[in-house]
Write a protein of this length. Sequence first.
Length: 101
Amino acid sequence: MVKIEKDKYRFTRFEKSSNSKKMYDAIFTSKEDPKKTKKLSFGDPLRGNYQDKTGLNAYPKLVHGDKQRRRNFRSRFSSLKQSQDWTRFWTPLSLSWTKLW
């Protein structure tokens, strides 16, 4: 699993993903060396999402706003959310959960 430590990296920005199988890339900069960055891809461009809080809104047709679908997504992934330490790491699920769902 890809995860980025919050104590070593700070969030910089979102970009439309260079990976055709992902919606967005979150860019993180090292706190020790500002020239060092990491990219974390998240979101599925073939599936809808409840909202888009990235500020880019690159996929407006995929935002459905359906509360039942949001509940279903959160129900499916709630066990994974509990198994990950979101206070220490950024993960694709944590970004999807907070920015897309």
